[in-house]
Structure formats: C-alpha cells, structure tokens
Design a protein around this ligand. Structure first.
Ligand code: ATP
Length: 238
C-alpha cells in the first residue's frame, strides 16, 4: 500500500510549550489509523498542524508525495485532506445546509455543490430532514454528524476526525464508529483521535500511541490493544 500521508520529525510549539516533539508516522491509502494517548499528549496539535490550523515548528508533511508543510487549510481541503475538529464547532445560527455549504467553499460549480449535499444527505438522512433548521437546535449526535458531513463536502481522500464520539450517548457513539467503517468502505482513508480506546482499536487497522508529545508505540491495532506502552500512556498521564 502506498503512503497517502507521510510525516517526518513533526514538531509543534505554542510559545515555550512543546506540544509535539519530533514525531514520524505515515497513513496508507484505505487505512483507518487511530491516534491514542492521554489528554494533552499532542494528538489534536498534530491533526491541527497537518491541516494548517496551527503552524508547524519543524519537520515535513507530505500528502500524495507532495510537500504540503505550511499549506493553509483552504489549500488542503481542495487537495483532499480535511479535519472534523474536536468539539464539533458547527455554526449554530446558520442552517444545516449552510453549514455544509461552508465545507464546500472551494467548489464553485453549483452542480458539484448539489452533488456533495446529496452525498452527505445520503449518509445522514436526518441532516436532510433538518436542512433548513439552525444547527444550534440539533442534538449533540446530530451536530457531530454535521461536523463530519461538513468535512466530507469537499470529498476528501483523507479525513481527520478529532474525538468524534466525545460527549455522545453510548448508542450514538456506536453510530459514529459504524460511520467510520462505512466511510472507509467508500474509499476514504481515516485518521481518528479517540478517547474510547477499545472501540477505536476495534475499527482501526493500525494505531499510534502518543505520550508527552512523542509517539511511544505503534503497530497493528490488534497488537496494540494488549501492549504495555498503551497502558502506561494512559496510566502515566501525558
Ligand atoms: P486532548 O485530548 O486534551 O485534546 P491532545 O493529546 O490532543 O489532548 P493537545 O491538545 O495537542 O493534546 O495538547 C498538547 C499540549 O499542548 C498540552 O500541554 C496543551 O495544554 C498544549 N496546548 C494545546 N493547544 C494549545 C494552545 N492553543 N496554546 C497553548 N498550549 C496549547
């Protein structure tokens, strides 16, 4: 399998805080990759740096063999990589349809936007039903669907999901994991930051374990599930 994303010596700092301290990883086409580790270990900073939401301090990021380090989000989305951020961050006073439209900002042709809406509404019929409603009136689970739907509007090859199940009821959580598997079946490659380690490792092919801004273990999901590195990454704090 070819690498869709290849990351070398990536570092991210916020002033004196070194959130990510020189990590290497790759994501192959068609995979689901889980990013695991305690709060504050550097997972969100990594995803945000990949899509240009926070600056890369050092290191390189290549997407489909092209160096995209420092590319801004508005260039990465049309190139095929999008992020559904932690905390959903939908625009509460815009309608569901308008929220989705923002995810397709780079698409100019009306027909292509219509096709993107159709694709997302096929995946999430409830969003179609509620398309004219303010996003702020949706339930937590529906807002999460909307956040994922918005990231899907530009038809990404690689979708980054930051804690998609956070704050959701267990039943809805299961639907989010079903969705991740479904998206993979449709040809989307996925990287998922997830606190629900058991469920993440159940659907992922491979995983990376973060601790204090470093990757301390990696491997096939089935092997990682029993690894000591995974246990200590959670027990030992960040
Ligand atoms: P979480 O699940 O809590 O998001 P995480 O593994 O994603 O954890 P990050 O959010 O990347 O970790 O945080 C890594 C470190 O960077 C932490 O020490 C955090 O406090 C710090 N940090 C994150 N964002 C900022 C910011 N905008 N400004 C300053 N420090 C930050």
């Amino acid at each position: 399998m070819t690498s869709l994303l290849s990351v070398q010596s990536l570092a991210v700092s916020y002033g004196p805080i070194e959130a990510v301290r020189g990590i290497d990883f790759d994501i192959k086409e068609g995979e689901i990759v889980a990013f695991l580790g305690a709060n504050g270990a550097g997972k969100s900073s990594t995803l945000n740096a990949l899509v240009g939401l926070v600056p890369v301090t050092s290191g390189t990021v290549a997407f489909e063999g092209q160096d995209i380090t420092d590319w801004p989000p508005e260039m990465l989305a049309p190139a095929g990589m999008t992020l559904s951020p932690e905390g959903r961050r939908v625009f509460g006073t815009l309608s569901v349809a308008e929220n989705l439209r923002m995810g397709a900002f780079s698409i100019k042709e009306k027909e292509s936007v219509e096709a993107a809406w159709d694709r997302v509404y096929d995946l999430f019929p409830i969003l179609h039903e509620r398309r004219d409603q303010f996003a702020g009136t949706l339930s937590g689970g529906q807002q999460q669907m909307l956040a994922v739907g918005r990231a899907l509007m530009c038809n990404p090859k690689l979708l980054l999901l930051d804690e998609p199940s956070l704050g959701l009821a267990p039943k809805i959580m299961g639907q989010v994991f079903d969705l991740i598997a479904l998206l993979r079946d449709q040809g989307v490659t996925l990287a998922v930051v997830e606190q629900n380690v058991a469920m993440a490792l159940e659907i992922a092919d491979r995983g990376y374990v973060f601790s204090s801004g470093k990757i301390v273990a990696s491997g096939r999901a089935s092997e990682l599930a029993h690894s000591d590195a995974l246990k200590s990454a959670y027990l030992g704090g960040v």
